[in-house]
Structure formats: C-alpha cells, structure tokens
Design a protein around this ligand. Structure first.
Ligand code: FES
Ligand SMILES: [Fe+2]
Length: 448
C-alpha cells in the first residue's frame, strides 16, 4: 500500500497515546517550555557548570576498553575524561588534564597504553593515576608524587555501556538508572557487543536531538511508513526520575487505522522499517501464515532463524517479547533502544554553541552469551548527513536542524508539549533540579 493510501486509511481523530501523568504534563493544558533553553549561551553555560560535571553519562562501551592499556577519551563540551583499563585489569577514569600546566594528556581512543605521559613537559602517570615521573624534578623543590595524582572520575558499567561521572561524591550509577536494570533483566543485556560507533555533528541543540528520541507522538508525522506495523497509540511510558521508558509493539498496525490493515501491508511496513532484523530487504509477498498462527509469530520465527544463523539462540523469547521495542531515556542525553535481538544507543552532547551538537550512535549485535569474546568496535567520525543510520533514524536526525532553525523565529517563545511528550517534560524537570530553576518557570496554559 502506498503512503498516500495509508494516509487515507487512517482515522482522523485517533485516541491520544498512552501517557503517564506524573511528569507534570497532565494539567489540562499544554506544558510550555521556554525556547531560551535551546538557544541561549547563558543557559548552555549553566548546563555546563551545574549539570554535566554532576551526572552519570555514557562514555563508551566495554568493548572499547576490555584489555589492559585500552583507553577512550570522552568529551562533553570543554570537559574531557579518559577511561582506561589498568595493568591490573581495573577500569578507571580520570579528568584529562596534566597536573603541571593543564595540557590534555591524550585524545581519541586506542590500545597498548602503558602510562599517561604529557606531551608538553613529559610528566608521566601510571594507569592507576599515580604520578611517577617529573623531568628535571629538582627545579620544583620538594615535589611529592602523591600530592599530584590525576583527578579521578567515577566510572561504572551497566551491560556493555561504560558511564562516567566527574562528581567525586556521585551516587552509584544504579541509583541514577533507577528502574531500568530490573525492567531489562530478562533480556540478557550482557550478551551484546558493540560493533561500531558513529559520531557526527548535528546543527541543533543537544536537547533538540534528545527530544526527537523521547516521544512516539511524531511517528504518525515523521515516520508514517511505520504506522503499518507499529502500535504508536498503546505505547506505555514510565518516568522513574532520571530515567524514563516507553514500549512499542511492532508487527501489528497502528490503531489509527479504524478498519485495521491486511497482512501484506503490515509485512511491507515491517520489512521497510525493520527488515534487517530478519535479514530481509525486499518485502515481496507476505509469507504464508500457518493455521492458528499470526503474522507476529511468523516475523518472530524469522528473527529467531536469522539470529540462529549467527549462533545466537533466541528461541526462548515469545512474539510479544521479540516485537516490543523498549526505549529507555537516560537523563541527560542518551536513548537506549532494545529488543532481544538488537541494542542501539544514541547520545547527544553539546557542540561549540547552543545551535550545534555531536550525536553518537552505537550499534551492537548479540553474541552467543555473556562470556563471548570482545573485539574493538569500529569508530568513525563523519560529517553531517554523510552516513545513513537507517531509514528511521535518518528521518529523526534530519528533523533536528529544522526544529533548531524554527526555534529562532521571533514569534516562537515556548514549546507546547502534550502529555504524550512527558519524557521531554521530564528532561526539563531534571535540568531544573541541576540548575536550581524553580519548576514554575515551566508554565501551563497558553502564552498571552
Ligand atoms: S603541561 Fe604537562 S608536563 Fe607540563
Ligand atoms: Fe523517530
């Protein structure tokens, strides 16, 4: 069925998508967010001073730093953190700054590091952060090595994801992840291995990018092709606090079609948007559905067979588990998309000004088990629009700069959010706490 035909088949006044009510967005009027938060250098400076150094954020994956001497530099704005696996196998993180005169100690990522040596005057630290060499030491008088260790940062992992926090008094990562680890416990998240990490500039504020991955309301606008194989209405959301979540069932049509859709149309929509999960690129005719089975059963079987070809046994997962995409939103800047056969992580960090961000997409494949060997992912940096992240994500990435441009229109003073966009409201609630903004600034009701 063509997109036009799909549009004609939809009902005009579909029910509002499932939304939670405790994010402060169910007030009987839109939740209004001042657009300055997306535009103002002063607001960006407040974020940089009060939020980024105090929050757990994804830096890299365990696959980047699995062996002694592996290192990865994580940047957010002017802040740089080095994650490094020590000779003793312990994962550590340090602020990337020389204790002599502040030169950056290392950049990028790599393997085989045996020390952290500054390239300016060659002070050197061991991988556990202890100062061990100061050239021409006598000129400093009495300089004690133990008074100049590298500044440690907190580092912890969940599944294959490595998080850092510059706050030495940070609560444990699990506190910030809240309900997510338990919610995801049946999936086997430790089985996933990172395959590639793509970093690209986006001409939009980091929150503009994050917002795109924080609601499903836009599916019926930006991703109309998905409506044939996705329930975008009954897509429950939960806000835990720092962390929030939405689940979306695929392999069935949107309730926006009052008369439903035939299996051929559902199949074509699924292949177009997620065919790779089955190893299918051309839809052709919908596969035969055995008596008593559903199209969801058939799609699930195909996904299981596709994974089995790679030695991954997913036969234990039923169609509801396999075809329900879970989307976790981790304040401030990460989206974790997961089903039993896929894990994909999207992160946005601030760029050089409020109109620019850096977006990172990390792709994972499932291995046979949690003890499967790790290999270094391929890391690539590309220009804006230089690489395709797939049909759906490309649409998400391309809309962000258009939104950012719209924010500059003089008449546009506030975003007007629905209860369906409660995870965006939640991002702002968290920001307010870190920045010490009274929540009343996020007002309800129309702007005069
Ligand atoms: S700035 Fe690093 S050794 Fe001087
Ligand atoms: Fe999207």
């Amino acid at each position: 069925m063509t997109l036009d035909a799909l549009d004609r088949a939809r009902g005009e006044d579909a029910p509002v998508g499932t939304a939670i009510t405790h994010a402060g967005s169910d007030r009987g009027s839109p939740t209004l967010v001042p657009v300055e938060r997306y535009l103002s250098p002063e607001f960006a400076a407040r974020e940089m001073a009060s939020m980024w150094p105090r929050v757990w954020q994804i830096a890299c994956t365990l696959d980047h730093v699995s062996e002694p001497g592996d290192y990865f530099e994580h940047r957010v704005g002017a802040i740089s953190v080095i994650v490094v696996r020590g000779d003793d196998g312990v994962l550590r993180a340090f602020q990337n700054v020389c204790r002599h005169r502040a030169n950056l100690l290392c950049t990028g990522s790599g393997q085989g590091l045996t020390e952290l040596r500054c390239g300016y005057h060659r002070w050197a630290w061991s991988l556990d952060g202890r100062l061990r060499e100061v050239p021409s030491r006598k000129g400093f008088g009495k300089l004690r090595n133990d008074e100049f260790p590298l500044f440690p940062a907190a580092v912890e992992s969940w599944g294959p994801l490595v998080f850092v926090n510059l706050d030495p008094d940070a609560a444990p990562l699990l506190d910030q992840l809240e309900g997510m680890p338990e919610h995801a416990s049946w999936i086997g998240i430790d089985d996933f291995r990172a395959t590639f990490m793509v970093t690209m500039p986006v001409a939009a504020n980091w929150k503009t990018v994050v917002d795109t991955f924080s609601e499903t309301y836009h599916v019926q606008g930006l991703h109309r092709e998905m409506l044939g194989s996705m329930d975008d209405i009954d897509a429950p959301q939960t806000v835990w606090g720092h962390t929030s979540m939405s689940t979306q069932r695929y392999g069935i049509p949107s309730p926006r079609f009052p008369d439903g859709l035939d299996d051929q149309t559902i199949w074509e929509s699924f292949v177009l948007t997620q065919g790779g999960r089955m190893g299918v690129t051309e839809a052709g005719t919908v596969p035969e559905i055995p008596p008593g089975a559903t199209l969801s059963d058939v799609i699930t079987e195909r996904i299981v067979a596709h994974q089995a070809a790679n030695g991954v046994d997913l036969a234990r997962f039923d169609p509801d588990q396999m075809l329900t995409l879970i989307q976790y939103n981790l304040f401030p800047n990460a989206t974790v998309l997961v089903t039993p056969d896929l894990l994909s992580v999207l992160v946005a960090t601030p760029g050089p000004d409020p109109d620019h961000a850096t977006m990172t997409a990390i792709n994972f494949t499932r291995a046979a088990g949690p003890d499967a060997p790790r290999t270094r992912p391929v890391d690539v940096q590309v220009g804006e629009g230089e690489v395709s992240l797939g049909f759906v994500l490309d649409a998400d990435v391309s809309v962000a700069p258009r939104v950012q441009r719209g924010f500059h229109q003089p008449g546009f003073t506030h975003l007007a959010l629905s209860s369906e966009e409660c995870r965006i409201v939640n991002t702002h609630r968290n920001l307010e706490r870190y920045l010490g903004i009274e929540p009343s600034e996020l007002s309800g009701g129309p702007v005069a």
